[in-house]
Ligand binder design. Structure first.
Ligand SMILES: Cc1cc2nc3c(=O)[nH]c(=O)nc-3n(C[C@H](O)[C@H](O)[C@H](O)COP(=O)(O)O)c2cc1C
Length: 197
């Protein structure tokens, strides 16, 4: 059984991120049924973690965590085999809460596939995704090309404020999730080989 965590990358009150994560989670649960091997999706909301700004005395790549919140985050990240990061765009990049969470640990992210869904105004968060791809490379993650980009999402809210995805967005999300499931499952064996060394 593989586990993929859908990370909500914003933490502020009234944020839009949970709507995107909820929609993708529903779609992912459907697609998981036709995956080659069993796979499970789960939402990881950074707001629930309440992480302080990185406060470890030793850089994470040295793997000497001292704080309880870091050890907890370490096991939360480590148990996943892949990730789907849902990110807004803040000032042309990702938000501080997401970058902080990514910076906190290191080995736990390594050699795992990651896909992205972004939202924002005209650019739909695509500049944030570009920056995330740089970060993922440094953290030895394998990123998926297929992406979901939601521009001016406020034009797609129904009378109750619920996000209504377009056919194009649903198609893009399916393609992305299928790739993420495939590579998450394929990468498990090489990761196990590395761990055995
Ligand atoms: C600090 C801040 C900076 C923002 N900068 C951008 C930006 O550079 N590009 C963009 O498309 N939207 C930008 N926005 C608009 C956000 O994309 C929009 O408010 C979105 O809902 C934020 O995600 P959240 O609701 O999950 O926090 C910004 C919003 C905030 C709060």
């Amino acid at each position: 059984m593989s586990l993929i965590k859908i990370i909500i990358g914003s933490t502020r009150p009234q944020r839009f991120g949970p709507q995107v994560a909820g929609w993708l989670n529903e779609l992912a649960q459907e697609l998981a049924g036709s995956a080659a091997e069993p796979v499970r999706f789960e939402i990881l909301d950074l707001a629930d973690l309440n992480l302080p700004l990185l406060d470890e005395p030793v850089p994470p790549a040295m793997n000497q965590y001292q704080n309880e919140h870091t050890k907890k985050l370490s096991s939360i990240v480590a148990e996943a085999d892949g990730y789907l990061i849902v990110t807004p765009e803040y000032n042309n990049s990702i938000g501080g809460a997401l970058k902080n969470a990514l910076d906190y640990v290191f080995y736990e992210w390594n050699y795992k596939p990651v896909a992205y869904a972004s939202y924002g105004s005209a650019a739909g968060g695509s500049r944030a995704v570009g920056h995330l791809r740089d970060v993922a490379g440094e953290m030895k993650m394998f990123d998926i090309r297929e992406v979901v980009v939601i521009s001016n999402y406020w034009n797609q809210l129904d009378a109750n404020g619920k996000f209504v995805p377009s056919e194009d967005q649903i198609g893009a999300a399916k393609a992305m999730i299928e790739q993420l499931i495939f590579w998450t499952q394929e990468m498990k064996a090489p990761r196990a080989k590395l761990a055995a060394k």
